[in-house]
Every structure is written in structure tokens, then in C-alpha cells.
Write a protein that binds this ligand. Structure first.
Ligand SMILES: Cc1cc2nc3c(=O)[nH]c(=O)nc-3n(C[C@H](O)[C@H](O)[C@H](O)COP(=O)(O)OP(=O)(O)OC[C@H]3O[C@@H](n4cnc5c(N)ncnc54)[C@H](O)[C@@H]3O)c2cc1C
Length: 574
């Protein structure tokens, strides 16, 4: 069976095994049996591959740079210490950002999964959905026909197997119950949350929301997490792929890095580039070429633009100096990189109080609940000036979200054993960065600039969120549970001091998105512009931040991509 080969590679990694496997793949690909080559076995990659292989007429090969990770206990275990043990190990690309020019020159260590399951193997497993408004704008503002709240919510539902919500008497219609990813919402917490944090947020003008996934996330509640009833991680490798690993038409090649798309010598009649397959570097360091009808890029927000650029799809001014011939002149590749910046509020716990467990609370606030009327006007004025890299369309969409009062800030409450931690997250930043290759080596890290806080609007809103986090902590319900404030600390009082603290304490939500955006790089069918048969299905396609934790949406993108591709005959790839 095909997976036995991949497992053998992971286990023994011998040249002989690798050679046998590559020969098998080359033979099957030479006899035109490979319908889909999926680049990257991550969150979306395994969702799209598994769904496509439901049709036995399709042969699907996934090429993944990492190993399978199934024997790594820190992947399965969702407690804080296990999740924190993963960054910087062999399952993490651990990319380093360029210094943040507008945030105290800090460098962000960007955790990204290099393992089967991709970043879904390393993430915090929060399974949430954004505002309805955000998604409807994909269609109405960005022109992504068929991409709206109803369609993406249905696709997420296909991915989901939701099990429990205390306080609700029936399953809300937007939750799925038959999908591969198990998620559950259980208040596995103690008094700090139920008697301290939630009442403090309500006393500060917030509200309780029993389920934040129906299109209006505003309010506070215990977040749904992608986990099985036994509280272990449910993610694309063990929930999409593993139960279907026996399919003869689904093959995963591990420890192999795709180095480029291979193109036909001539373009199509309509002048588009035609992919004939991909080249990858196997675990023995040898180059192998396989052929296929369609290539699906699921390498994630850094991997997808990297392989596109290595294949000559991108901006000639970036490709030419590296000696790469331009196949498709598409300067938008690698641009529009958007990440959600964070700051923090930390107070020590009062003596004798413990605070641990699996559950996080999320409090989502809108511009109208976060800001006074005067502050709203100031923010609205700042919003009118687009920073470099923000397209006119995205700028307009951000103004619409703000004016329609879509949630703009999230306060994530962490079950930290020693402290009370709120992480304010800016959900819809204006600042845009970019990621590009600086080497023709497919294993070299790309160079990326997150450009956090380039926009004064971003700094203004995150500063207001930092101030509001202190206000939560000052409410009477929390006083029995907390001791002195540790951050920002009592030395931070004025707005200017808070702004400096925000820049100095800059962190990220690990939600980079948008580097092969729909409308800029791919069309509504996810086809890369200027090609007949290369598609993207992963977090790169977001035209702007989702205003949420993106993994549920990225599973939805995998589901939707598979549905669209199944319905589109190969003969339409012209
Ligand atoms: C620390 C952390 C915490 C997070 N917490 C949450 C959370 O709680 N909730 C949430 O919703 N989201 C969270 N996220 C974000 C979320 O996990 C990601 O946005 C999402 O998983 C990305 O999915 P993807 O399919 O775009 O890419 P990935 O899942 O990263 O998949 C890309 C895959 O492609 C492979 N690849 C790349 N290049 C190549 C190549 N050239 N050849 C072969 N293979 C290649 C990679 O190895 C990887 O397996 C978190 C992320 C991190 C890192």
C-alpha cells in the first residue's frame, strides 16, 4: 500500500527504501494515474487530498516536507506545557522575521508546522469562526464569487464533528456533526474564570455569548477546541488522513520538499502556463520528478509563495536576480502578508489560587464596545490612510468592517498556572508585509517582513485594548483571585506609555495569512492566474485577516476546494 512506503521512509529513511518509493511513484505518474499532486500535507492539504481521494477515479499524491509526527506526545497533548514544548523543535520551521521597524525592532520567531498536519499539529486548537460580515465581503468587496458566510460556514460544517455545549439545549444549526475534526466546548476551568474573569468582562460592559460561531462572535465564552472527547488533539493528520490512509489512491510522501512546479514547454492556446508535475528533493537529498494533471499548492502562507516563486510565478524583479526565469508575471505573489499583533496583560495570582486546565476564554469586542464615541471618531480618521501594501479593495473592506461594527479585538484568557494572562489581539490589522525567496534552495527560509504597527490605526486600537485589559482586571469580581499586576506594570499609565509598551511587548497570534490572495493571485476557483492547472488551497488565499482563529476556516477552504475541483472536469483546465 502506498502509505507503507511513506511510513517506511519515516521509520528507516534508507536510500534503498526511498529509491523504491520514488520509482513506484514515478511509474504510477508516468502511466498518467496521478490526478492531483498536493504540495504540503498540512491543515488544508490533507483535507483537500482526503476529500479528493473519496472519488476512486482520482489518484492523489501529497508531498510533505516533515515527518508524520504520530509518535510525538506533545502534538497529541493539548495542555499548555506540551504545546509550548513544540516550537523550535524539528517539527517547527521556526522562521525569523525581519526586525519590526515600527515595533521596537523586535524579531518574531514564527512557529509553523513542519510535520504531517502542518500547523494544525502545533496550534492552540481553538476552533472559532469570524463575523458573518467578514466573509460576505470576500464576495461583495473582493469579487470572490461563491465565497460568502453561508458557503464557508457550510464548508466548515462539513469539516466539523461538534460534541458539546453546556447551556445550550440543542445543536446550533451552524455546527457540523459528521465531519472529521472533533471539536468541543467544555468549561474545563476553575473559579478564576467562572467567578472572576467572566463577571469582570460583563461588569466592564461586555456580554456573555453561549456560542460564538454563528456569525456574531462578540461577547465572552469558553472557546471551542479541536479535540476528541478524551481531550487530545484532533487535527488534519489524525482526523482527515489517518482514518483513510489505507486508500490505494491516496499516497503521502514524507520528508520530501517540493523544489518547483514542472511546466510544459509550450503554453496553452490561451497563453497560460501548463503544469506537468512537480520536482521534489527526497529524504536522501535526490531530486525526483512526478507528473500529474493538477497541482494543488497547500504549503501554507510561507511555503506556497516560496514554491510559486521557485517555479517562476511571481515578480520578475525578485526572480531575475536569483536566475529564475519568469513563467507567469504575478507580482502579487508573497505580498499582502497580514498577521494579527498582540500585546499582554499579566497579573500574579493571589496566594492559594490555582489556574490551570485546557480551556481558554475568548472575549470579542467591536469598535463600539471597545471605544468611546470620540475614540471611535479618531480611529475612523486614522483608518482613512492606507499603509503601503494595503490594496484599495482591502482598505475599503476594512472600513466597511469597522463601520458595520464587526469584532475588532479579541482578549484571549490563558489558563496559566501562576498568573492571570489576557492577550489582546488586533483582529483586523491594516498593516501589510510580504514574504519572498532570497535563495533558489527550496529548504532555505524565505525572508519576510510582518510590518506590524506600520499603520497608526493598528497601534491606536491595540493600545486601547491594552488599556481595556487593565480595566477588566480592576473589577471587583477578580480581586479575590489576583495579586499585583506584572505587565504592563504600574509604571505604565499614560496613553503614550501604553503605546510604547504595546510596541515593546509586541507578539503575534501566529495567524499569518494572505500571500496568494483570492483576487490577487488566485481566482474564485482557486486557480493561480496565468496557469491552467495550478491551484492554491491554504491560508495564503485570505484577502484580509479573518477576524478569527483561522484553522476552522482553512479546513473549510480545503473542503470547498475539493468540492469545486471534483465538479470541474480536467478538460476545463485550458
Ligand atoms: C503556535 C500556533 C498556534 C496557533 N493557534 C491557533 C488556534 O488556536 N486556532 C486556530 O484556528 N489557528 C491557530 N493557529 C493558526 C493555524 O494553525 C494556521 O493558520 C493553519 O494551521 C495554517 O494552515 P495551512 O494549511 O495554511 O498551512 P500549514 O498547516 O502550515 O501547512 C503547510 C504544510 O506544507 C508543508 N510544506 C511547506 N512547503 C513545502 C514544500 N516546499 N514541500 C513540501 N511540503 C511543504 C509544511 O511542512 C506544512 O506541513 C496557530 C498557529 C501556530 C503556529
Amino acid at each position: 500500500a502506498p502509505t507503507a512506503d511513506s511510513d517506511a521512509i519515516a521509520d528507516t529513511d534508507t536510500d534503498a527504501t526511498v529509491a523504491t518509493q520514488d520509482a513506484t511513484i514515478a511509474a504510477s505518474s508516468a502511466s498518467s494515474k496521478v490526478t492531483y499532486i498536493v504540495v504540503g500535507g498540512g491543515t488544508a492539504g490533507l483535507a483537500v487530498a482526503t476529500r479528493l481521494s473519496e472519488n476512486s477515479a482520482n489518484t492523489v499524491i501529497v508531498i510533505e516536507a516533515g515527518s508524520d509526527g504520530f509518535d510525538n506526545p506533545n502534538i497529541a497533548n493539548l495542555t499548555g506545557p506540551s504545546i509550548q514544548a513544540l516550537p523550535g523543535t524539528s517539527v517547527d520551521y521556526n522562521y525569523q522575521s525581519l526586525p519590526l521597524k515600527y515595533a521596537s525592532n523586535q524579531i518574531i520567531s514564527m512557529t509553523r508546522g513542519k510535520v504531517l498536519g502542518g500547523s494544525s499539529a502545533l496550534n492552540g486548537a481553538l476552533f472559532t469562526r469570524p463575523n458573518k460580515i467578514d466573509f460576505d465581503l470576500w464576495e461583495t468587496a473582493f469579487g470572490a464569487s461563491g465565497w460568502n458566510w453561508n458557503s464557508i460556514s457550510d464548508s466548515i460544517k462539513q469539516a466539523e464533528q461538534f460534541s458539546f455545549t453546556p447551556g445550550l439545549t440543542s445543536l446550533p444549526p451552524f455546527h457540523g456533526k459528521d465531519g472529521p475534526i472533533s471539536d468541543t466546548q467544555r468549561p474545563l476551568v476553575g473559579d478564576v474564570w467562572s467567578k472572576g474573569v467572566i463577571p469582570a468582562v460583563v461588569a466592564s460592559g461586555g456580554k456573555v455569548s453561549l456560542d460564538q460561531n454563528g456569525g456574531d462572535p462578540s461577547g465572552i465564552w469558553y472557546a471551542a477546541k479541536a479535540m476528541f472527547p478524551n481531550s487530545t488533539r484532533s487535527y488534519s493528520a489524525n482526523s482527515y488522513y489517518r482514518p483513510n490512509a489505507g486508500r490505494k489512491n491516496l499516497q503521502v510522501i514524507l520528508n520530501s520538499t517540493v523544489s518547483r512546479i514542472v511546466w510544459a514547454k509550450s503554453k496553452s492556446k490561451s497563453g497560460k502556463a501548463v503544469a506537468t508535475g512537480v520536482e521534489y528533493v527526497n529524504s536522501a537529498g535526490k531530486k525526483v520528478t512526478i507528473s500529474g494533471n493538477r497541482v494543488i499548492m497547500s504549503g501554507g502562507v510561507f511555503g506556497t509563495p516560496q514554491v510559486l516563486e521557485l517555479s517562476g510565478v511571481g515578480n520578475p524583479t525578485i526572480l531575475n536576480p536569483l536566475g529564475i526565469s519568469t513563467v507567469v508575471n504575478l507580482p502579487a505573489v508573497g505580498e499582502n502578508l497580514s498577521e494579527q499583533p498582540t500585546t499582554r496583560y499579566v497579573a500574579s495570582l493571589a496566594s492559594g489560587i490555582t489556574n490551570s486546565g485546557l480551556q481558554l476564554t475568548l472575549n470579542f469586542e467591536t469598535p463600539r464596545t471597545l471605544l468611546t464615541d470620540d475614540e471611535w471618531n479618531t480611529a475612523h480618521t486614522l483608518l482613512q490612510t492606507a499603509p503601503p501594501g494595503l490594496s484599495a479593495t482591502a482598505h475599503k473592506a476594512l472600513i466597511t468592517m469597522f463601520e458595520k461594527d464587526a469584532v475588532i479585538v479579541e482578549f484571549m484568557g490563558f489558563p496559566n498556572p501562576a498568573n492571570l494572562v489576557f492577550l489582546p489581539i488586533l483582529l483586523h490589522p491594516m498593516s501589510r508585509g510580504s514574504t519572498h525567496i532570497v535563495s533558489t534552495d527550496p529548504k532555505a527560509a524565505p525572508q519576510f517582513d510582518l510590518a506590524l504597527m506600520q499603520s497608526p490605526f493598528d497601534l491606536y486600537i491595540l493600545t486601547k485594548a491594552a488599556i481595556r485589559a487593565r480595566r477588566f482586571a480592576s473589577q471587583s469580581s477578580l480581586q479575590p483571585f489576583i495579586g499585583p499586576e506584572l505587565a504592563p506594570g504600574t509604571g505604565v499609565q499614560t496613553e503614550a506609555q501604553f503605546q510604547q509598551f504595546v510596541k515593546d511587548s509586541m507578539g503575534v497570534a501566529y495567524h499569518p495569512l494572505g500571500t496568494a490572495a483570492i483576487g490577487n493571485v488566485v481566482d474564485s476557483n482557486l486557480r493561480v492566474q496565468g496557469t491552467t492547472n495550478v491551484f492554491v488551497a491554504d491560508g495564503s488565499i485570505f484577502p484580509t485577516q479573518s477576524g478569527s482563529h483561522p484553522s476552522s476556516i482553512i479546513y473549510g477552504i480545503g473542503e470547498k476546494a475539493a468540492t469545486m475541483l471534483k465538479a470541474a472536469p480536467l478538460s476545463k483546465d485550458v
